[in-house]
Structure formats: C-alpha cells, structure tokens
Design a binder for this molecule. Structure first.
Ligand code: ADP
Ligand code: ZN
Ligand code: ZN
Length: 729
C-alpha cells in the first residue's frame, strides 16, 4: 500500500495500491497522480504500509508515477512532518506550501529538452540516397547524423520552418525525438569571483567561531548594528561551507526590498545562486526550484518558503534580519515561522545556523540569555563610520508645522548646509490618515472595516489600507455640504510640506504607492544613493538594508503609536524600527544624527532605548514580558474565527472553548472581538490558549482541533489556528 499526502484540508493520508503497469515503485517524496473521488489529484508519497484501514477491494491503484527520484528528500520531509504537527495543519497542505505551483501541477522536476535523433532507417536512407528531392529533409537528417540529439531550439535557430520537413521524416520513420533531462554541469568551476575586504578582528572572530562549529548543530546570534559588516560574515562563512563541498541556505525577508544583498552574493560567488521569492513568475520559480533540486545551485537565497527548498548536502543556514515579521506567515493558509523552522532544519541536518540582526527579536535574545544560542557581536561599524547621535524632540514644547517640529527643521537646515542628506521616516503612506468635515464632525469611514479611509491626494482617492476599498475624494462633506479638511500626515503630505520648506532640495519618496513594479525601488534608491535627491521621505521601506552613505540626519516623525498599542509586540517593533532607521544615518564618513519626535519624551521605553541602546531596551522589555507572562515566557496559540456577524464568530469560538479539555496551567482567554473587529466586511474574534510550557499546549491542541473541525458552523464562518502568533489582539 502506498500512503499519499494530498493537498486537501483533511488531516490524514490516503492509501493506494501500486500503479498497474509501473516498472518501479515510487519512493517517499516522489509525486504521483491518483484518483480522488471523481477528480485526479497530484500527491506526494509519504510512505509504504503493510496494511490499510480501508478494505483492499476498495483501494484504487496509483494512476501515474511522476518522479523516478524524490522531489522532497527525507530531511525536508521530516521538517514538513514536524511543521504539520507543530502548527496543527494538514500534512498535504504543508507539502503543497513547500512546492512551487507548477511542481504541484506536475511539471517535470528537471528541465527537459526536446532532442532529435536519426533512426537506423534514417541513416540507411542517407547512405542509400533514397530521399529523393526533399532537400530540407536531407539537410535535417545530415545534421542529426553529425550531431545526434540536436536540441529543437538549435534547429529553430538554423531553419525558419523545420517542423514541416521533420514531420515528414517522422512519418517515414527516419527520425525520432525524446524529452531529455539536462545534466547538472561539472562543479570544477572556481567558487569565488573576488575575495572581498580583509575582515575586522570582530568579523574574523565570528567567522572562526561559526567555522569551528561546522558539521554540528550550533545556533549563533550575529548581533551587529546596521553597517557593522554582518553580510561580510555571511559571505565568508558561506565561502567556507562551499569549499567543504556543502551548500548554503540563506533566508532573507522580502527580497524585493534588498536587491543589494542578492547582488553582493552574485558578485562574490561564481557558483549558481538560486533566488526564491514571491516576486517571481511561476516559471521562474519552477526554474529556481529545479536548480536547487538538481544540485546546480550551491547557494539558495530566498524568502520565507525557501526554508523548505530542496538543498542537499546542507552545510549552513543563515537568516538575515531574523527579527523581521515577514518570516512569519500569518495571513492565510499554513501559518508558520520560517525562522523557527529553519532552526529545526539546521538541528536535524546537524549544521550551524546564524541569525543576523541589528535588533534581534526578544525571543532570540532570551535564547542567548538561557544559553541556547551563542552571541557573536560586531560592536563597531565597518570602515570609518561612527555611531549616530540620537535625541528626542518634545512635540508639546515646540511649534509644529504639518507634523514637523521647529528643531527638526533647523537640524535639516544644518545638515543641508554641511552637504548631508536627510531621511524622514513616517509609518503612514498617503496624504493624510483622516478626512474630516469642518462643520458636522463627519469622518470618511471604510464601509467594510472599523477604520478610516486614507486620503491619497495625488490620485484623488480615498483608500482603505485594510481591505483595499477605494472611493473618489469628495470636495465637500457628503453629510452636510461644508468644507472637508485633512487630519494628520502621511508620506505624501510630508513630501509636500518639505518641498515648501526647502524648495531647492530635490525630494525622493519611498512607500508602497511609489514602488509598484520591478525597477521602481531601484530607481528611488538610485536617486538617493547618487546624491541627486537630498531628502528621502518614506515608510518602513526605507529601513530595509539600503546603504545611503551621505544620509547624515534621520528624523522619526511620530514614535507614539508604538508606545501605546494594545499589541504586546508594538514596543519591540517600534524600537527595532527606530534603530534600523537610525542605522541609515552616518553610514559613510560623516557622523549621523537621529531625532525622534514624541509627545512622551519621558516614556521609559524611549529612555532606555536612547540611554542604553537596543540591549538596554531589550532587557527592560523582557522583564516586562516576564512579569506579564507573555511570550517568550509563555506559549500561545490563537484560534481565530470570522463571519458576516460578530455573533456567529463569537458563538463558534464559544462552542470550541467548551470542547477544550484544559489541563492545569493552560489558560483559555476569550472569545473576544479582534482589535479591528470588522475587516473587509467580516467580523473577527479570537480565543487564546496560553501555557507556561510548550508541550502541554501542543498536547491540548492536538486533542482539541479534530473536535473543533467537527463543529457545526454556519456556512460563512472561517476559522484558523495561529501557533506562536505575532499579534495577540
Ligand atoms: P551589515 O550587513 O551589518 O549591514 P555589511 O556587511 O553590509 O554590514 O557592511 C557594511 C559596509 O561595510 C559594506 O559596504 C561592506 O562592503 C563594508 N565592509 C564590511 N566589512 C568590511 C571590512 N572588513 N573591510 C572593509 N569594508 C567592509
Ligand atoms: Zn459635514
Ligand atoms: Zn476597509
């Protein structure tokens, strides 16, 4: 019996008999085509079994074996099985998440080339000169005799229409064709194009420590401020890994945002680097996956789902910006943390793993505190750059014009006069987050969300940043007809204000409205890096890895949302953003300055961040989490439900709650409406499960979920489980 995992929401495997006229049995990890009800599905062989719960006469045979060799090796299969258990998600859906779309649809695991050969009869026809006057046919036959296996693409280069005479030859039995898998190229090519700069003592120490751990599981936190040379450490470590004949897996957040990183790997290494990210077309993704599978790629560089990439002879795993929220899939389908799974992958493979960050997550720092991870520090900046000076501007004590306080304007003037560039960070895109009536108090709401519509002035639109709804921008209040006004600032408005304040300074803006297609990001980054733009205004996007050597001043327009959020992770994210954005200042020869505008200059978090840096902040924040019993001092899962009424969502969770058997120590919190209850015309609620230890939480979930699955729910209800959620409310 063959046990097959299918991409269905059912939490089980499906048994089949061997294929009828197969000459071999498929191995675990190979794809097969199977009958499933009235459908034919592609699944992956999980294992072979002696017996089945299904009576033998009811079992059907496999229809087709797609792969002679597994496309998921034993190591990755183990990782997938762990992930399915840990995130309590159906195995078939986890496998589906690990394969590119075209592979799920049955595309060959290796690139195939259509190649043409002469038959014996073809050779005889040439020798016997029996072809008659068919000149084209003779030419083709002669090419194939001289070069058997000529690729169709090569024939197409030489003849405009070769298919017609070839068809005639096929009809006469003189030629044949085959789809042939491409051979992996020999690997005697050099590894490196360049050796890179000589390492600093701290960088050398880090590389040495990681090298010394080769061949065994050893997690490292590479903690270095932005520009301290972490990427150089990765490049050296990967080079050593390749020299020993192994391959490297490098995970990065949102690769579209860091073309510079891909560039640095490609500049340094002469070997094939497979790049896997969400911006690829389906066929590009398939090609990259094939390069991984065939072993052609010696380095695999990818975002979240690349943690499942087929990388044989793995020698090292690297996670850049390990704190980044994009490593957690939390929106739909299979919700997992690529960082946490990468650690498991390294553990199973018995190889070192390096988690790099200027602002490590509190989870990772706690793992350093309890001795699970070794910390490698890069305290200095590479080259000449100095750490930036940071200070707060009290918004209550100064005149503020369109969100920018006088001392910030004066600082900008100073930095411009000294030839510097200025970066202004604000966490909102659009013109203003609110459109309000000057008379009756009307505020433009989203019809489908508990949210206001954001004004996009250039596009003359109101847009909801939560559901995507769009409406024309009204000139007057739709309720009373009086004038409307813009309340608050977004990037677009800040750009306008700065243009009025500094009319001679060219401004560049970086946010999701500006970056819409390939190349947009590069062109904005290019304008800033070349010095053409003197001011850069942007959202979160500006914090990601770009190197702007002439930026000497960074202004954070509003820090206060992160200080007073219901989300327990908000302060951590704010501190990370401030440190990351501050890291853009003074990366070149000139020292940098950072100004943070706030109405709460005495907030303990801001104080610890400014006075003791990120480490001081992290100590304070971890103490707070320990006291409150939040992760990493507790383990949490969220059962979320949404429906077209809040009552339906809450009732479902209430029923689920009643089904739960609660062991000692496990807490059930809720059901409660989500922080934004109404989103995209659906009402959201959640039930939290919390335990001080991981194991009892997972035992409870494993027993409970099958029962939740069997609950009768209204048609419009959707639910999902999020293990280790990033947000709790
Ligand atoms: P991070 O990844 O920590 O932001 P990078 O590795 O990108 O830091 O280094 C920042 C800059 O310093 C890069 O331009 C890099 O080429 C340069 N750099 C890094 N290490 C060295 C070194 N040992 N000697 C000279 N330049 C270096
Ligand atoms: Zn009005
Ligand atoms: Zn909306």
């Amino acid at each position: 019996m063959v046990r097959v995992a299918l991409d269905t929401p059912l939490r089980r495997l499906f048994d089949y008999l061997p294929a009828r006229d197969a000459t071999f049995d498929p191995q675990p990890g190979a794809r097969v085509r199977v009958p499933f009800g009235r459908q034919r599905l592609i699944g992956v062989v999980h294992s072979w079994a002696e017996s089945s719960d299904v009576p033998r006469e009811k079992l059907k045979p496999l229809l087709e074996i797609i792969d002679a060799d597994p496309v998921i090796d034993a190591g990755v299969m183990e990782l997938i099985e762990f992930a399915a258990q840990y995130y309590h998600h159906p195995l078939g859906e986890v496998i589906a998440a690990a394969l590119p779309k075209q592979a799920r649809e049955g595309a060959a695991s290796r690139a195939l080339t259509e190649r043409w050969f002469t038959t014996e009869a073809g050779v005889a026809a040439l020798d016997g000169n029996t072809l008659g006057r068919a000149r084209r046919q003779r030419e083709l036959l002669e090419i194939l005799r001289a070069a058997p296996g000529t690729a169709a693409a090569d024939l197409a280069q030489r003849f405009d229409d070769w298919r017609t005479p070839m068809r005639a030859l096929v009809a006469r039995g003189l030629v044949s064709s085959a789809e042939v898998a491409d051979e992996a190229p020999a690997s005697d090519q050099p590894l490196l194009r360049t050796t890179g700069p000589a390492l600093s003592p701290e960088q050398s120490a880090a590389v040495t420590a990681i090298d010394a751990a080769a061949g065994k599981f050893a997690p490292f936190l590479l903690h270095g401020i932005t520009g301290s040379g972490k990427t150089e450490v990765y490049l050296h470590t990967v080079a050593h890994c390749l020299q020993h004949g192994h391959r490297a897996l490098v995970l990065v957040p949102e690769i579209g945002l860091t073309p510079q990183l891909v560039g640095r790997f490609r500049e340094r290494f002469a070997v094939t680097v497979a790049v896997l990210h969400s911006g690829l077309t389906d066929s590009e993704r398939l090609a990259a996956w094939r390069d991984c599978l065939s072993g052609k790629a010696r380095i695999v560089l990818g975002t979240r789902s690349a943690v499942f990439a087929p990388v044989a002879d793995l020698g090292i795993v690297i996670i850049d910006e390990e704190h980044d929220a994009s490593f957690k899939q939390h929106e739909s389908g299979f919700r997992y943390s690529a960082r946490d799974l990468a650690i498991l992958r390294a553990q199973r493979a018995g190889v070192p793993i390096v988690l790099g960050s200027a602002t490590p997550s509190l989870e990772t720092l706690q793992n350093v505190v309890n001795g699970k991870y070794a910390r490698l520090s890069l305290p200095r900046r590479a080259g000449q750059a100095l750490p930036p000076r940071a200070a707060v501007i009290d918004l209550r004590a100064h005149e503020v014009r369109a969100g920018i306080a006088t001392p910030a304007v004066e600082a900008m003037q100073r930095h411009f006069a000294a030839g510097g560039q200025v970066l202004v960070y604000i966490n909102r895109r659009g013109y203003s987050p609110t459109l309000a009536c000057t008379a009756c108090g009307w505020i433009a709401p989203c019809r489908d969300c508990d949210a206001r519509l954001t004004v996009h002035l250039a596009a003359a639109k109101l847009r909801c940043h939560h559901c995507g709804a769009e409406a024309p921008l009204p000139a007057k209040c739709p309720q009373c007809g009086y004038a409307v006004r813009h309340v608050g600032q977004g990037t677009e408005r800040v750009e306008e204000t700065l243009a009025a304040l500094f009319p001679t300074m060219p401004i560049a803006r970086l946010d999701r409205d500006v970056v819409r297609k390939r190349g947009d990001l590069e062109s904005v980054v290019g304008r800033v890096a070349s010095g053409e733009a003197r001011i850069l205004v942007g959202t979160q996007m500006v914090t990601k890895g770009h190197d702007f050597p002439s930026v000497t001043l960074v202004v954070v327009l509003n820090a206060d949302q992160g200080l007073f959020s219901t989300d327990f992770r908000a302060p951590e994210r704010l501190a990370q953003t401030i440190i990351q954005v501050a890291g853009r200042a003074g990366r070149g020869e000139k020292p940098g300055e950072v100004l943070i505008q706030t109405e709460y200059p005495d907030h303990p978090l801001l104080r610890s961040l400014l006075e003791e840096g990120y480490d001081g902040f992290a100590r304070a924040a971890l103490a707070e989490r320990a006291a409150a019993g939040w992760p990493p001092f507790a383990h949490v899962a969220a059962l979320r439900a949404s429906a077209t009424t809040l009552v339906a969502a809450s009732e479902f969770l209430q029923q689920a709650r009643q089904l739960a058997r609660v062991p000692r120590g496990l807490k059930l919190l809720g059901p409660a409406p989500a922080a934004m209850t109404k989103r995209a015309a659906r009402f959201h609620a959640q039930l939290l499960l919390e335990a001080p230890e991981r194991a009892p939480l997972h035992r409870a979930l494993a027993a409970w979920l099958p029962e939740v699955e069997n609950l009768k729910a209204p048609r419009d209800l959707r639910w999902s489980l999020d293990v280790d959620p990033l947000e709790l409310f």
